[in-house]
Design a binder for this molecule. Structure first.
Ligand SMILES: Cc1cc2nc3c(=O)[nH]c(=O)nc-3n(C[C@H](O)[C@H](O)[C@H](O)COP(=O)(O)OP(=O)(O)OC[C@H]3O[C@@H](n4cnc5c(N)ncnc54)[C@H](O)[C@@H]3O)c2cc1C
Length: 507
């Protein structure tokens, strides 16, 4: 719980009085979401206003902010996943942090319901609100999707994708059955935007590097598939650069299905809208985002896409443009007018989110000192994408197009500067230097996802041998007999053992 008495919340009371009666000594600013917008707005506000002018409280279920542009590199093992997150307690000096989910927003009563990780929900009242709740994966009711696929929006998913893919390679290298092996070594990515292309390209590069250490698996056995609904990839850059990226990925034997949708993936059997069918044990869903659905449980004005409606000063406004007092919003969950592209809203990216966050900090400080807030205006500087080690594409200021090694350097330089905290910047750079000297790490730590499994198994008391049921003993005897009679021709039919022998001969 927050320590500062003026900032302490009204938890865990079931309800708290609206601040209509007695005004608080120090106004409370409640920041919903400790992501890009939340972290930058809270930090800037803290810099602008002293502790006697504002008590700032940030609410987020995670104790850290994630710098998502580095997730593909974290999945590829080029960056330690711990270094793509900025811990709130360190990065938010002078700010109180509450760990929990915002479950309801009642702005008319200036209160928000928070459901903590454990325990009962409680209400927190406030004087000013900042909404930076971000987005969630935009999914579709595709049969099998919820059971088979994984998203790529947070660091936990990036780690899981990495461990899963390296784990499949490990298991496939010791698997006889060719069909099963094929399924294990087929990796599908759905969505050809920035996040999907970077994730696919980085992970494919990592997997090909890893397979060099497996004598039992040939590079050609791995199949990487991209499924994209529109006729092109990377809509964020020009057609020319998107086309170049497409060519580059195709040269790397990545199978690309454009103007195609995933129709079904029940039990890993992938069916595409073009009729193509195959089996895959890995399906990564990166087909876009939608505003955080918790906003639907609020009295804030939303547009058709569920985003909070804002004016250019980042104040929340009604559909008629009337300012809703005491609330600002920005980032993926907000519709912010793009003053450089009249009639458009700012795209949902980190470039805007972190600048909008800073701008909210400045504007809120102005409002709290009875000054006029200013308009947010940012011309997109461009887009940079990494496509694996030493490969990339970039488009700067609309015209300058860069490819290959220089684009990759640009990507790393741009994002390491945008990464919050000097601590993280230094750690990331130190990690990159280490990888150049020692090569990147490609070990799969799959058991991380069920670390107690071995302990659970060890805790089961062994049955005395004589108690072995007759059927179990018979089954074991049968399995032993089968093992002895393993047909040699099965081992010859492309078995890992046989491949290993062949490689050994080559060596
Ligand atoms: C893989 C990937 C790659 C990307 N690459 C780029 C790139 O190269 N360049 C670029 O500009 N942009 C990129 N983006 C987009 C960029 O990261 C986002 O646009 C940006 O982070 C949005 O900031 P935000 O503050 O709105 O949301 P976020 O940074 O996502 O923050 C939202 C916060 O809200 C919290 N939250 C969620 N629900 C609740 C709740 N109920 N209660 C309380 N808190 C909650 C979350 O935990 C999170 O901390 C990428 C995104 C992804 C996923």
């Amino acid at each position: 719980m927050p320590q500062s008495s003026s900032a302490s919340v009204d938890a865990p009371a079931a309800t708290a009085p609206a601040p209509a009666g007695k005004p608080r000594k120090v106004p409370r600013v409640l920041v919903l979401g400790g992501g890009t917008v939340g972290l930058y707005s809270a930090r800037r506000l803290r810099k602008r206003l002293g502790k006697r002018e504002a008590a700032i409280v940030v609410v987020d279920p995670r104790p850290y902010m994630t710098y998502a542009p580095f997730l593909p590199e974290a999945a590829a093992g080029s960056i330690d996943p711990r270094n793509v997150v900025a811990p709130h307690r360190r990065a938010l000096k002078g700010v109180d942090v509450l760990q929990g989910h915002v479950s309801q927003i009642e702005h008319a009563r200036r209160r928000v319901q928070i459901t903590p990780i454990e325990g009962e929900a409680y209400w927190v009242t406030y004087d000013h609100l900042v909404v930076g709740l971000g987005s969630v994966a935009r999914t579709l009711p595709i049969p099998g999707l919820a059971e088979q696929a994984i998203g790529f929006k947070n660091v936990e998913e990036a780690i899981a994708v990495r461990n899963h893919i390296l784990g499949r390679i490990d298991v496939a290298s010791s698997t006889w059955d060719p069909e099963l092996r094929k399924k294990m070594l087929t990796f599908v990515f759905v969505g050809g935007g920035f996040a999907g292309i970077e994730a696919l390209a980085e992970v494919e590069d990592m997997a090909r590097y890893a397979v060099r250490h497996y004598k039992q698996i040939e590079q050609e056995e791995m199949r990487f598939v991209l499924v994209e609904g529109s006729r092109r990839i990377l809509p964020e850059v020009s057609e020319e650069l998107g086309g170049y990226t497409l060519e580059t990925l195709r040269k790397r034997d990545i199978e690309i299905h454009l103007s195609t949708f995933l129709s079904s993936c029940v039990d890993g059997h992938v069916v595409l809208s073009t009729g193509v069918e195959f089996d895959a044990e890995t399906i990564v869903w990166t087909a876009g985002v939608k505003a955080n659905p918790v906003l639907q449980d609020s009295d804030l004005p939303l547009d058709k896409m569920g985003r909070v409606i804002c004016n250019a000063k980042l104040q929340v406004v009604t559909e008629d443009g009337e300012v809703v007092p005491d609330v600002f919003a920005a980032g993926d969950c907000a519709a912010v007018p793009d003053l450089y592209n009249p009639g458009m809203t700012c795209p949902p990216n980190a470039q805007h989110a972190l600048r909008e966050g800073n701008h909210i900090g400045d504007n809120l400080a102005r409002v709290m000192r009875s000054a006029e807030p200013t308009e947010y205006k940012h011309r997109n500087v461009g887009a940079v994408a990494s496509l694996g080690m030493y490969k990339g594409v970039a488009q700067m200021f609309g015209k300058i197009k860069v490819r290959g090694f220089f684009a990759w350097v640009l990507h790393r330089t741009y994002h390491v500067f945008a990464m919050p905290t000097v601590n993280r910047k230094l750690r990331i750079m130190a990690g990159w230097t280490g990888s150049v000297l020692l090569r990147r790490e490609v070990v799969a730590l799959g058991s991380l996802h069920d670390p107690r499994a071995e302990f659970r198994a060890a805790s089961v008391p062994p049955k005395p041998r004589e108690d072995k049921p007759a059927e179990q003993a018979a089954a074991v005897a049968k399995a032993d007999a089968k093992q002895e009679a393993l047909p040699p021709q099965k081992a010859e039919a492309g078995s890992p053992a046989e491949k290993s022998d062949a490689h050994a001969k080559k060596d």
